[in-house]
Design a protein around this ligand. Structure first.
Ligand SMILES: *Cc1c(COP(=O)(O)O)cnc(C)c1O
Length: 401
């Protein structure tokens, strides 16, 4: 996606706008499948919550991917995009038994992450195979330090509860067909990942009729210079070997599953916003764009540092700016950042905007959510219209006052 392509998109579809590059998504998908080509049965389930546009889902479907979903609405989106139910896994946290039942009735693989629901579900439906989400209590402390942590995490069934879990499975006669972990952002390096995997293998030995082991995600992609990137190739080599050895001792070729979001779509997306005002104060120069945390909340929510380029003036003298939005609340995108000289009307390009950006957008300040564009086979396609005033009023009821 070169600057001219992006500037033309901003001109044609207006700003602010999200732009995604299909080729980058396809390359990341292939990188991951290549890294694990020594595993006989590999299954990638794209985590829908990262970027849930139906055209993006159709792209993943065309690649042979499955999807990982966390709500019945994401399941419905996936079905609408053409995924067969058996290519969908439902990995919710804290949802009702009724929602799990509804999803199970659609023929989707259920993943249960607490003993209370497991017992109720197993009692009612002993014949529906269920995957269980384990919390291995592993996180990276410092660089390579392995520490046992997150004992209070709300996710997963603690490995310390395995004896009770086994008792529930025996008492209900239910069929456990998969073991899963997703440790989120805690795992920074491969050794920690492998360490957690060993705990998963150890747990798997307790269940005789498994079909798959799901290692979740948490793969890192770099946002700013110096950031850690998960070395997928090295992880592929090491984990594949360990997995194949495990399958031998288990006596069955299991499927190795992953459910990446960020790794597959983060770098494929950029966010384009236009500079409304360049405002000099006593201490800093603000560049204020036609957006805010209503469109891209990650910097304010997580302190994420998205690289920002001035694609209207890429050769301009570099100066220091604080890039902020137009929301009536502090909405800082970047503090004291070196950027090519910014003028009113310039288009700024926020990188790594594919994952957890549009999908977290809101109407705060009664602003419209942006448009989304997908570059596919060299052409820019509008895949979501910018909202209009009707969307703001939608579902609001005026009573007589
Ligand atoms: C969010 C989520 C993922 C995706 O995580 P990334 O860091 O985006 O790769 C995978 N599995 C589950 C259960 C999730 O909730």
């Amino acid at each position: 996606m070169n600057n001219n392509t992006l500037l033309n998109i901003a001109k044609e579809f207006g700003s602010p706008v999200y732009v995604y590059d299909a080729d980058t998504i396809i390359n990341q998908y292939k990188r991951l499948t290549n890294a694990f080509n020594k595993v006989k049965n590999l299954k990638l389930n794209y985590a829908v919550k990262a970027l849930s546009n139906i055209s993006i889902l159709k792209l993943f479907n065309s690649l042979g991917s499955g999807i990982d979903t966390v709500s019945i609405q994401e399941v419905q989106l996936g079905l609408k995009a053409g995924f067969k139910p058996e290519r969908i896994i439902f990995t919710p946290n804290g949802v009702s038994l009724e929602e799990i039942e509804s999803v199970a009735k659609l023929g989707v693989q259920i993943n249960i992450d607490n003993l209370s629901i497991l017992e109720q579900f197993g009692t009612k439906y002993p014949n529906i195979p269920v995957c269980i989400r384990i919390n291995p209590h592993v996180m990276a402390g410092g660089n390579t330090n392995i520490s046992v942590g997150h004992i209070d995490s709300k996710f997963g069934i603690s490995i310390h509860q395995i004896p009770l879990l086994i008792r529930i499975v025996e008492n209900t006669g239910m069929h456990i067909n998969g073991i899963h972990m997703h440790t989120g952002s805690d795992i920074l390096d491969i050794d920690v990942f492998l360490y957690a995997s060993e705990i998963l293998f150890e747990t798997a030995k307790n269940f005789k009729n498994l079909d798959f082991i799901d290692f979740g995600s948490g793969f890192k992609v770099p946002y700013k210079p110096g950031d850690i990137e998960t070395n997928i190739e090295e992880l592929g080599k090491k984990l594949s070997k360990r997995f194949n050895d495990f399958c031998k001792s288990y006596g069955k070729d299991l499927t190795l599953a992953f459910e990446p979001g960020k790794f597959l779509v983060s770098e494929a997306g950029v966010f384009l916003a236009k500079v409304n005002v360049v405002k000099q104060t006593t201490s800093t120069v603000f560049a204020q764009v036609d957006s805010g945390f209503n469109h891209l909340i990650r910097p304010m929510l997580y302190g994420s540092q998205h690289e920002i380029l001035n694609i209207s003036n890429p050769k301009g003298r570099e100066r220091f700016y604080s890039v902020v939005g137009y929301i009536c609340e502090t909405d800082t995108f970047a503090n004291n950042r070196r950027i090519n000289e910014i003028n009113q009307g310039d288009i700024l390009c926020f990188k790594n905007a594919g994952a957890y950006c549009y999908s977290m957008a809101s109407n705060y300040n009664s602003r419209y959510r942006p448009a989304e564009v997908l570059i596919h086979k060299g052409e820019a396609h509008l895949i979501r219209k910018r909202e209009t005033f009707d969307d703001i009023l939608n579902n609001q009821l005026e009573i007589s006052i």
